[in-house]
Design a protein around this ligand. Structure first.
Ligand code: URA
Length: 210
């Protein structure tokens, strides 16, 4: 697994405002979107392209176009929805699928409660959006789901990650073609499973549920 932690003052600045408990939901949403666009730039570094020829007003030249099948963007419901616009802004030709994951309170295992994805993901590059990589349970289940459908490689974009979550994804996806792009790697998880220092519950902060 490749792990890329953003190292850019603009990203750190925006994350600092996002972390602030006094930042209201509308600002939080706008900043989350901007952050994803910046992280998507790094996350799409290895997107597959094909050579094309284009006629400029001056001459014919060679360039590239994003290859078929189109990349698939998969926000994990609900908080991943707050990252979707920022991603498709940068890759408007991407197809979008949805995955809803919930933890079964008896088995403590994540299970899929909603799924809207193409049946066959052969040769697809997939980009999973999940703002908070905490224990890694739902993200590794989502990644596993995509590989079982035939995905070629999976990149997960998270605003914040905890070391425990990174280790869990690493273990769960051993030998698979997985990239993790994080806005920042925080210190740890607390006893309630929140990322420390983190930003609280990303879904609540995005959608104003307190
Ligand atoms: N999910 C969140 O929204 N926040 C955390 O800190 C951990 C998981």
């Amino acid at each position: 697994m490749r792990v890329h932690v953003a190292d850019h003052p603009l990203i750190t600045h925006k994350l600092t405002v996002l972390r602030d408990v006094n930042t209201p939901s509308p600002t939080f949403r706008a900043l989350a979107e901007e952050l994803v666009t910046l992280l998507a730039y790094e996350a799409t570094r290895n997107v597959t392209v094909v050579p094309v020829t284009v006629q400029t007003p001056v001459a014919e030249t060679k360039g590239v176009a994003i290859a078929e099948p189109r990349p698939l963007v998969v926000p994990i419901l609900r908080a991943g929805l707050g990252m979707l616009e920022g991603m498709v802004k940068l890759v408007p030709s991407a197809e979008v699928g949805f995955l809803g994951m919930v933890r079964n309170e008896e088995t403590l295992e994540p299970s899929t409660y909603a799924e809207r994805l193409p049946d066959d993901l052969s040769d697809r590059q997939c980009f999973v959006l999940d703002p908070m990589l905490a224990t890694g349970g739902s993200l590794s289940a989502a990644i596993d789901f995509l590989f079982r459908r035939g995905a070629q490689d999976v990149t997960a974009i998270c605003l914040l990650g905890a070391p425990e979550g990174v280790a869990a994804i690493e273990k769960a996806t051993e030998g698979k073609n997985v990239t993790l792009v994080l806005g920042a790697l925080d210190e740890r998880l607390n006893e309630k499973g929140y990322i420390v220092p983190g930003l609280g519950d990303a879904g609540d902060r995005l959608y104003g549920t307190v």
